[in-house]
Ligand binder design. Structure first.
Ligand SMILES: Cc1cc2nc3c(=O)[nH]c(=O)nc-3n(C[C@H](O)[C@H](O)[C@H](O)COP(=O)(O)OP(=O)(O)OC[C@H]3O[C@@H](n4cnc5c(N)ncnc54)[C@H](O)[C@@H]3O)c2cc1C
Length: 592
C-alpha cells in the first residue's frame, strides 16, 4: 500500500534558510517562530497526518460517502475519530485570531499543514480546508454578531463550513446565478434555489454546517453586480450558540465521481432557508472572493501534495523493482536484474517530479508568506506590496501546482508499470484524486485569464513591475557569482522570455482580446517556470551557504536539473504566446 512521509525537513529549509522567517519576528504571531518551533509544530502535524489520516486514504476511496433517504450523509470508516483528533489538536484554528479561539500562528504554517493533510488524505483535508476558507470570509466581511456567533465554533472545528457558488446552469459565469433571497423584514432572508457540487455540503463529522451561499436579492441588478452572500447554517443558532431548529436546506444527492470519494460532493436544496446577509447587498462576489483566493492557494497546494506523495511512492518502487540492467554496466551483480532506478528514463521522471515539487513548494510558501505580511504588517507600504504579489501569484500557484501535481502523479504511476494501473497497488488513486484540482476553484484556463486580463494590468501593472524589478535585481546581484552561474544564467534567459511575452501582450492584446485569451495559458506557464526558477536560484544560494550536508547537496543537484531541463521550456511558451490567436480561432465552430 502507498506510504506518505510529510516533507518536514524541506519545509524547515525553505522557511528558515531560504525565506528567513525569523526576520518577520516583529509581526503578530511570528514572535516565537524559529527553526526549532517550526520543526516542533510541524513534526506534531506530520505525525497526525502520517499515522492517522494516511491509513484512511484508501479506505475512504473504497467506501466513499453515503446518503441515506433522509438526506443525512455518513463519511467512511474511521473519518469521525480522525476528524476529532484533528479538530482537538487545534489545527483548524492554527492561523485564526486568538480572540476567537485560534492560535494566531502564521498562515504560511497553515499552508504547510494543508500540504501534509492533502498528501496524507486529500478528501479528508477538504472538510477542515473549506472551514478555514469560510472562517476567512466571515472574519473579513461578517458583522460582529456573525463573527461572535460562528467563528469560535468553526475555529474549534465543532462546526464546519462550505462555499455554495455553483448551480446546474452556472459554474464559471457566476453572473448567471438564480438562487433567490427574499427579505423577511426581520433582518433575515428566505433563500431558495439549488446549488450543485458542494464539497462537504453534508456529513457526520460536525454538529453544524455553516453554508456560505451566493444568491440574488429580489430586484437586484442582473449579472455579477446583483449577487449577495449569505450565511445559512444547517441548524439555526440560538443567542448563546446553542443549536436550534433545522434550517430549510438539505442534501438532495451526493455525486458519484472520479476521485476524492471520501469527500461528499452534494446537491444542496434551499427551500426558503433562513440566511443572513454577509457584508453589503450586491457585494457578495467580493466577499466570496476572500474565500476563493484562500481556496485557490490551498488547491494549488493540494496539487503539490498529490505530486509529492506520488513521487515518494514511485521513488521507493524504483529503488526496489528489479528489471533490466544498467546501460553503463551491471550495478547489482548479486541480483537477477538491477533496480529500475538505474535507468536514465526512470530517473528523468523522478527528477522532474522532484524538481517541480520542491520548486512548487518554495513558490507556494513564498506566496503564503505574502498573505501574512498583507494581514499583519504595521507598514502600509509593505501590506500593499504583499497584496500585489499575492494577487499576481495566486492564479499561477493554483494552476501550475495543480498541472504539475497531476502530471507528476501520472508519471509516477508510469514508474509502477502495469502495477500502477491496478487498484490494489493504490497509486492510481493519486491520479484520480489529483484530477479535480485543475478544475475546481476556477478551472485553470480561468486562472490564466485572471492573470492576463486582471492581475497584469491592475493598477497600471504595478504588481508585475515590482516582480520584474525584484527578479532583475536578483539576477544583477548574482551576475558574476560563479558558484550560482548554473542556476542564474538559465534564469536570465527565461526572465528575458517573460519580459518579451509581457511586452507582446501589451502590444497585441489590448486591441485584440482574443490574442490575450489564446496566449493566457502559455503565458501563465511561462511565468510559473520563471517564478519557480527564481525560487530554485534562491534555494541554490541558501544550499551553498548551508555547507556540505545531504540536503544541501541534493538541492544543488535538483536545482541544476531544473535549470537545465525544465526552465528552457520558456522558449517554447514564448513562441506560443507570440503566435497570436489567428490559428486558434480560424476554424469555424461547426467544423469541430
Ligand atoms: C468534486 C467537485 C467539487 C466542487 N466543489 C465545489 C464547492 O464546494 N462549491 C462550489 O460552489 N462549486 C464546487 N465545484 C464546482 C466547480 O468549482 C466548477 O465545476 C468549476 O468552477 C467549473 O464550472 P463548470 O463545471 O460549470 O464548468 P463551465 O463553467 O461550464 O466551464 C467549462 C470549461 O469552459 C471553460 N470556460 C468557461 N468560461 C470560459 C471563459 N470565459 N473563457 C475561457 N474558458 C472558459 C472552463 O475553463 C472549463 O474548462 C466542485 C466541482 C467538483 C467536480
Amino acid at each position: 500500500m502507498p506510504v506518505y512521509k510529510a516533507p518536514v525537513e524541506d519545509v524547515v529549509f525553505l522557511l528558515d534558510d531560504v525565506l528567513d522567517i525569523k526576520k518577520y519576528n516583529n509581526l503578530p504571531g511570528f514572535e516565537d517562530v524559529s527553526a526549532d518551533t517550526i520543526s516542533a509544530i510541524l513534526g506534531e502535524g506530520a505525525k497526525l497526518c502520517e499515522e492517522v489520516l494516511q491509513p484512511l486514504n484508501a479506505i475512504g476511496d473504497r467506501e466513499g460517502c453515503h446518503r441515506a433517504s433522509d438526506g443525512t450523509v455518513t463519511t467512511p470508516t474511521g473519518f469521525k475519530p480522525a476528524y476529532e483528533s484533528y479538530r482537538a489538536g487545534g489545527w483548524i484554528g492554527l492561523p485564526a485570531p486568538v480572540e476567537y479561539g485560534g492560535l494566531g500562528l502564521p498562515a504560511v504554517l497553515n499552508s504547510v499543514m494543508q500540504e501534509f493533510i492533502s498528501g496524507a488524505n486529500l478528501a479528508f483535508g477538504m472538510y477542515p480546508g473549506l472551514t478555514q476558507g469560510a472562517i476567512a470570509a466571515l472574519l473579513e466581511h461578517g458583522s460582529q454578531e456573525q463573527k461572535n456567533t460562528f467563528l469560535p465554533k468553526m475555529i474549534a472545528g465543532e462546526w464546519t463550513g462550505t462555499m455554495n457558488l455553483t448551480e446546474p446552469h452556472c459554474g464559471t459565469d457566476l453572473g448567471l446565478i438564480r438562487t433567490r433571497a427574499a427579505p423577511r423584514g426581520d433582518g433575515s432572508y428566505s433563500i431558495t434555489g439549488q446549488k450543485i457540487f458542494i464539497s462537504a455540503g453534508e456529513h457526520d463529522l460536525a454538529a453544524n454546517i455553516v453554508h456560505l451561499v451566493l444568491a440574488r436579492i429580489e430586484g437586484a441588478p442582473a449579472g455579477t453586480k446583483g449577487i449577495s452572500l449569505f450565511v445559512c447554517p444547517k441548524y439555526l443558532v440560538g443567542p448563546n450558540g446553542s443549536l436550534g431548529a433545522r434550517n430549510a436546506l438539505s442534501c438532495g444527492k451526493i455525486e458519484e465521481k472520479m476521485g476524492i470519494h471520501a469527500n461528499a460532493t452534494c446537491v444542496m436544496n434551499y427551500e426558503g432557508a433562513t440566511g443572513y446577509l454577509i457584508g453589503e447587498e450586491n457585494r457578495g462576489l467580493a466577499a466570496m472572493f476572500v474565500m476563493m483566493n484562500e481556496a485557490r492557494l490551498a488547491v494549488g497546494v493540494q496539487g503539490l501534495a498529490m505530486g509529492e506523495v506520488a513521487y515518494q511512492n514511485a521513488a521507493s518502487h524504483a529503488r526496489e523493482r528489479l528489471q533490466g540492467r544498467s546501460l553503463s554496466g551491471v550495478k547489482e551483480a548479486d541480483k537477477p536484474a538491477d533496480p529500475i532506478i538505474v535507468h536514465p528514463d526512470v530517473r528523468r521522471i523522478l527528477m522532474t517530479a522532484r524538481a517541480l515539487n520542491e520548486g512548487g513548494r518554495a513558490l507556494a510558501l513564498a506566496t503564503a508568506l505574502q498573505a501574512d505580511i498583507h494581514r499583519r504588517s504595521p507598514d502600509a507600504a509593505a501590506r500593499q506590496a504583499a497584496d500585489d504579489r499575492l494577487g499576481l501569484m495566486t492564479p499561477i500557484v493554483k494552476a501550475i501546482l495543480t498541472e504539475n501535481g497531476l502530471q507528476n502523479a501520472i508519471n509516477s504511476q508510469q514508474i509502477f508499470g502495469g502495477h500502477g494501473y491496478i487498484a490494489e497497488v493504490g497509486v492510481e488513486q493519486f491520479v484520480r484524486d489529483a484530477r479535480i484540482t485543475l478544475i475546481y476553484e476556477g478551472a485553470n484556463g480561468i486562472q490564466a485569464l485572471d492573470l492576463v486580463g486582471r492581475k497584469l494590468p491592475r493598477d497600471g501593472g504595478r504588481a508585475m513591475m515590482a516582480y520584474l524589478a525584484e527578479l532583475n535585481g536578483f539576477l544583477k546581484a548574482h551576475d558574476t557569482d560563479e558558484a550560482l552561474a548554473p542556476y542564474v544564467a538559465p534564469l536570465k534567459i527565461s526572465a528575458g522570455h517573460l519580459q518579451q511575452a509581457t511586452m507582446w501582450l501589451m502590444q497585441n492584446a489590448l486591441a485584440k482580446p482574443d490574442n490575450a485569451g489564446a496566449a493566457s495559458t502559455d503565458y501563465l506557464q511561462l511565468f510559473g517556470l520563471v517564478a519557480m526558477g527564481h525560487m530554485w536560484a534562491q534555494m541554490a544560494k541558501a544550499a551553498l551557504a548551508r555547507g556540505e550536508d545531504a540536503l544541501a547537496r541534493n538541492k544543488l543537484v535538483t536545482a541544476k536539473f531544473f535549470a537545465a531541463r525544465l526552465l528552457p521550456e520558456t522558449a517554447l511558451r514564448l513562441a506560443r504566446v507570440s503566435a497570436g490567436a489567428g490559428d486558434v480561432m480560424a476554424m469555424p465552430a461547426e467544423a469541430f
